[in-house]
Write a protein that binds this ligand. Structure first.
Ligand SMILES: O=C(O)CCC(=O)C(=O)O
Ligand SMILES: [Fe+2]
Length: 304
């Protein structure tokens, strides 16, 4: 596979429809390892009696969210609870696209596991993920401030299987913060196989279809943001988690090494581009351009 950031076709598709569907982003072995780890965690968090063992400590129960409506269960701070998710942070099949859409000053603000149970009604109403603050400030073009990637771990090749459902093109039209599933005109259910990934901006209207199949749908969502954005799951990633990740994956969780003051995200970060583009993407023209610009900025910081 040749390394790319974003092809012009992908950029056009993103601009028009507001998402990218990357097929077979994960191979079958990756899917089964992650799914087994999530199934195990799910059994532990739903098993009785509750004990602190599902996560690192008892407080981690706060990350488990069960609305009690038999529609779904979600687990926030997923990267901290499932070791097999670490490689998704900068996965080769999607990370280049994320850099193409966002540029290299990115981090992962949060990660979430979704287990969506069989249920006759839509599982989640339509909404955007912007919230009132980002809605006001979000630019309509240029690099994304935040976006999400959803990795599907079970097959969703038929509609009404708890599919991720979108209002294509709504990302540029000021979609409401929340609206009943039934009130959305022409919702499109994404038909995905286990291993596919979908990247979408927070401004895209999306919801979750009913799950009239016999099995639960399982997926993982990562939220990426510019490095100045506030994290969702953590203030500082725990040392235990960082110990088992690569340097780039640690950077993506806000670890700036010796440069650890909060204000550093507003200055030049000397090793950011080399680390983030890495050997995989550094040779691409757009990356080279960014790297040259960053060197000039860095020099100016140091010498002027
Ligand atoms: O489960 C889904 O397909 C959608 C979840 C969702 O709304 C989100 O990750 O923002
Ligand atoms: Fe959402």
């Amino acid at each position: 596979m040749t390394a790319t950031l974003l092809t012009s076709d992908e950029q056009l598709h993103w601009n028009e429809f507001g998402y990218l569907h990357i097929r077979n982003a994960l191979g079958p072995d990756e899917v089964s390892a992650i799914l087994a780890a999530i199934t195990d965690l799910h059994q532990r968090v739903t098993g009785q009696p509750r004990s602190p063992q599902p996560c690192d400590d008892a407080a981690a129960w706060d990350d488990v969210f069960d609305a009690g409506n038999e529609r779904d269960l979600s687990i926030a701070n997923a990267i901290a609870h499932v070791e097999a998710l670490g490689p998704l942070l900068d996965h080769y099949a999607v990370f280049g696209r994320i850099l193409g859409l966002m540029g290299p000053y990115v981090q992962v603000l949060g990660s979430e596991i979704f287990i969506r149970y069989p249920h006759q009604q839509p599982l989640v109403d339509f909404h955007t993920d912007l919230g009132p603050s980002l809605r006001l400030a979000a630019p309509s073009h240029g690099k994304q401030i935040q976006l999400k990637v959803q990795f599907f771990l079970t097959d969703l090749t038929e509609p009404d299987s708890g599919n991720f459902t979108i209002a294509p093109g709504s990302h540029t039209r000021g979609f409401p913060g929340k609206i009943a599933y039934a009130d959305v005109e022409d919702p499109v259910q994404i038909l995905a196989r286990a291993g596919d990934a979908v990247i979408f901006p927070l401004s895209l209207g999306h919801g979750v279809a009913p799950n009239r199949s016999a099995t639960s749908r399982v997926s993982v969502v990562l939220r990426y943001g510019q490095i100045f954005c506030r994290t969702v799951d953590y203030r500082t990633a725990s040392p235990g988690l960082l110990d088992r990740l690569t340097q780039r994956q640690c950077r993506l969780l806000g670890d700036f090494g010796v440069r650890s003051r909060p204000g550093d995200v507003y200055g030049a970060v000397p090793d950011q581009l080399d680390l983030i583009y890495g050997s995989e993407w550094a040779g691409i023209e757009e990356a080279q351009r960014d790297i040259r610009k960053a060197r000039i900025d860095q020099l100016a910081y140091e010498t002027l």
